[in-house]
Design a protein around this ligand. Sequence first.
Ligand SMILES: Nc1nc2c(c(=O)[nH]1)N[C@H]1C(S)=C(S)[C@@H](COP(=O)(O)O)O[C@H]1N2
Ligand SMILES: [Mo]
Length: 302
Amino acid sequence: MLIRHPTDIPPSEITPHSVYLNRRQFMLGSAGLLLPVASMAALPASKSRYSTTDKPNSRQDITSYNNYYEFGTSKDEPALYAGRLKTRPWTVAVGGEAGKPRSFSIEELLKFPQEERIYRLRCVEGWSMVIPWVGFPLASLLKQVDPTSRAKYVAFETALRPGEMPGVARRVLDWPYREGLRMDEAMHPLTILAVGLYGEALPGQNGAPVRLVVPWKYGFKSIKSISRITLLEKQPPTSWNMAAPSEYGFYSNVNPAVDHPRWSQASERRIGEFLKRKTLPFNGYADQVAGLYRGMDLVKNF
Ligand SMILES: Nc1nc2c(c(=O)[nH]1)N[C@H]1C(S)=C(S)[C@@H](COP(=O)(O)O)O[C@H]1N2
Ligand SMILES: [Mo]
């Protein structure tokens, strides 16, 4: 008998497991699921061959233990305050070294074919989670603006809304939050823009309405609530590197062999687990991405 491989099944035939689960939870109407109506709408998404088989963290874990300093530096503050960010209307301006610079409305971003991508996320602080994102390759977006031959890097900026972001009153970082990738990293098929998780629109604390996810890099690369993307010839400044250059490099590849100056990166605690796990090179994505760094000294380029 021929077994149909998941990638042979057209996306239209698939109800993601997460969507099914959420529909079930919705029908059960359990406490703590009194979500705003807009976020209850299921986002259609096909399964991705890039998903890990690691067990996803619960929606509760993923939405209650966050880093989003614009809304406060403690783990519970983003869940309390990120709902203040007005995510409609929303546009992402894409320009710089581009033949066809343009803005994308969030409605246009939602029209890209969406995939469910279950990825590990490793925070530089020493914890990790497994998150079922809904998103699409960043490459699909960048191709639409026609990068010029001078485009060697991509810079990202989070929206800066002091009136809606209580955390930016404190200068913990030089706002707006900024991140960057090399062009080949940005175009890599594992690099996505996420618009949802667990089959629904992205909660505010996870970076609504659109955030970057680069699963082989420390979590701080995965910039939230993006308002601007700029193609550049030169390597752009990035927030954590500006704040503490000896602790956070531009590359930020997950690397158990390169310790943070103040702690080891050799192991991590998966949220919800008791025993620590060994941290894997490139967060377990080495087969797909190690080639991007062939010939580079990854101790120097940390
Ligand atoms: N704009 C912005 N993006 C951000 C951060 C932030 O403080 N501000 N924190 C980063 C860090 S340190 C991590 S670990 C991830 C956490 O993403 P999650 O809360 O969705 O798991 O978001 C990253 N993106
Ligand atoms: Mo992080």
